[in-house]
Design a protein around this ligand. Structure first.
Ligand SMILES: [Zn+2]
Length: 342
């Protein structure tokens, strides 16, 4: 019970292992549809997708399966020499099978699809079929992750009588999907992508208790101290598919964090207070921005960085992006904190 209460507390302090040092770059690419006929905001065209993969090859990125990236993070094996990328798809758009798959297979690139299972239960020619997923699995290139059963907004507790009831239903979302996936497929990993990338500490606690690693869609690179319940990813669809805008992201470096802390502010006229504790010896100046790009007051005292937006935050999805220049030309440390403002 104490643990639940701790997870409930917004000021939970996440202590992380201190290993390695700065300038680690491992990134996860996030896609939904590949092609022309699907909503632009969640679609990368075939030429864009191909350009992204060409760029990774030209820049000597090692493309590895996401479970392998997670294993290296858990074992503190991400090193400063690495440039690593993992490819991920959310949902099971038919275009993954028809458009992306031939390209990935030709290049023998591993990838993961996060499957929400309810939609798979009805015949639907806009989705990959179980058979198609099974065929891709047989090559060893596809692994499958959990994306909940119904793809609901999981942080939304409205309509639930109690926290306990919400908790029970959220656990079922994960467990039902896992059972269906294990029945149908052979490459299922305990990796969970939050629908819409939306999570909070309560949900991250659920995911951790079920033995999963949690994947968000806040931007950022992954290092040996990245939170295993909320890995960042770079969405590369719509206006984010443009290669020019992409290079900064794919070359970003993991902010070398020892710990992070988020406190809700005491009043409605201020955003949450984000505290970052950086690794020993990190001497770069960090600046944080609201998701809109507006610079926010960022106080840094040696390794401690405190940032908070001093005005009312709009309801809905928000983020703080914190960056710092590195010693590597054109490459920046990047950390993003995303939350849903009620
Ligand atoms: Zn999704």
């Amino acid at each position: 019970m104490m643990t639940v209460k701790r997870a409930l507390c917004l000021s939970l302090f996440l202590l992380m292992t201190v290993v390695g040092s700065s300038a680690i770059s491992a990134v996860i690419l996030q896609y939904h549809h590949i092609g022309e006929d699907t909503p632009r905001v969640t679609t990368a065209s075939v030429p864009e997708f191909t350009a992204h993969l060409d760029w990774l090859a030209e820049n000597d990125f090692e493309v590895i399966a996401l479970d392998e990236l997670i294993a290296r993070r858990k074992n503190n094996q991400l090193s400063t020499a690495d440039t690593i990328a993992s490819i991920s798809f959310d949902d099971t758009s038919k275009t993954i099978c028809t458009e992306a798959w031939p390209i990935l297979y030709q290049r023998r690139l591993p990838f993961i699809i996060f499957v929400n299972t309810e939609i798979m239960e009805v015949a639907n020619n806009t989705q990959c079929s179980w058979q198609e997923l099974q065929q891709m699995e047989k090559t060893g290139l596809l692994t499958v992750g959990n994306h909940s059963h119904t793809h609901r907004h999981m942080t939304d507790r409205s309509g639930f009588n109690s926290y306990q009831q919400w908790l029970k239903v959220m656990r079922e979302e994960v467990v039902i999907a896992e059972n269906i996936l294990r029945e149908k497929l052979s490459s299922v990993k305990k990796i969970f992508a939050y629908p819409y990338g939306e999570s909070n500490e309560r949900l991250q606690y659920v995911i951790e208790q079920l033995g999963y690693v949690g994947i968000g869609q806040q931007s950022g690179a992954i290092g040996n101290t990245t939170d295993l319940t909320n890995f960042p990813r770079f969405p590369l669809s719509g206006r984010y598919a443009d290669l020019e805008k992409l290079e900064d992201k794919l070359l970003s470096l993991a902010m070398p964090l020892r710990a992070q802390n988020v406190e809700a502010s005491n009043n409605d006229e201020q955003g949450p207070i984000l505290t970052l504790m950086l690794e020993d010896g990190f001497d770069k100046q960090v600046q944080c921005y609201l998701g809109t790009g507006e610079a926010i007051d960022t106080q840094q005292n040696k390794r401690q960085v405190i940032a908070s937006y001093p005005h009312k935050i709009q309801a809905g999805r928000n983020r703080y992006n914190c960056t710092a220049a590195s010693d590597l030309a054109g490459r920046f440390y990047w950390y993003s904190y995303q939350w849903i403002q009620q």
